[in-house]
Write a protein that binds this ligand. Structure first.
Ligand code: ZN
Length: 260
């Protein structure tokens, strides 16, 4: 079988959520060298300033040193734009999620928040390649802003997109909906079905959320699934490492093609 890789992705990293993740990260570290991609929120819900925290930046720096990736994940994460005006907007911003920070921003607003986040990474000298929108929702203005900035990719649940041209690359995710008991029950079956359906994909992403860590069923699912995929021969990687290697393979292939 062709080589398969997995990317373990931790959403919503902020001082407020770190305690939820800590035991899980320790359990993953105990498995050996499993690189992770950390989706960092600069100021989660306006009350959890990651870059001013006394401990989290140092911890993230240690993660970078061991080969993990840090990605920008919104700025505040929550959607605090003026109330929705159309039924579709109301559905997307009140029923589907309250967390679509970049769903209602125009280009200039999106660009300001992106630049503020990029600047925080720059001040710390942290390499930054990717931006993941909260709830994966991007307005057309936010998409336009992303085309103008020095970032190399963004993503939604099924794809990575190379920037600035949004070239899609298929890379499905497993994701839980852990907000209620019945959703958690459904998530187990939904994710197992997805894992089997996507077993021939070169990259499978495991998209974890802090709420998953608060429930035994989802926490166990993630650790068991990670172990099972590693046993099945999946190589763990970060998103940016996978993208860079994939780009090199394509370049090599087209270069050798050119010599024919
Ligand atoms: Zn998020």
């Amino acid at each position: 079988m062709a080589e398969r890789e997995l990317a373990l992705v931790l959403h919503d990293i902020a001082p407020e959520t770190w305690e939820d993740y800590r035991p899980f990260v320790e359990a993953v570290d105990a498995l050996g060298s499993v690189p992770m991609t950390w989706l960092v929120v600069p100021d989660f819900h306006h009350c959890s300033a990651t870059f001013e925290d006394p401990e989290l930046p140092a911890l993230l720096e240690q993660r970078l040193a061991r080969g993990d990736e840090l990605t920008l994940h919104g700025y505040y994460h929550c959607d605090d734009a003026p109330p929705p005006r159309t039924p579709r907007e109301w559905f997307m911003r009140r029923i589907y999620t309250y967390e679509g920070e970049f769903y209602a921003l125009d280009q200039q607003q999106a660009r300001q928040r992106l630049e503020a986040g990029i600047e925080l990474f720059r001040q710390r000298n942290w390499p930054l390649h990717g931006f993941v929108a909260p709830a994966w929702l991007l307005s057309s203005g936010a998409r336009a802003a992303l085309r103008e900035l020095p970032l190399s990719y963004t993503s939604d649940p099924q794809h990575l997109y190379r920037l600035p041209d949004f070239t899609p690359i298929r890379a499905p995710s497993l994701v839980w909906s852990a907000r209620s008991r019945w959703r958690r029950g459904m998530s187990w079956a939904v994710n197992e079905t997805a894992r089997l359906r996507h077993r021939h994909q070169p990259l499978l992403r495991l998209g974890l959320h802090p709420v998953d860590m608060r429930h035994q069923l989802s926490r166990r699912y993630w650790l068991d699934t990670l172990k099972r995929l590693l046993d099945a021969g999946y190589t763990p990687t970060t998103k940016v490492d996978w993208l860079q290697r994939r780009g090199q393979r394509i370049n090599n292939a087209s270069a050798s093609h050119g010599h024919l």
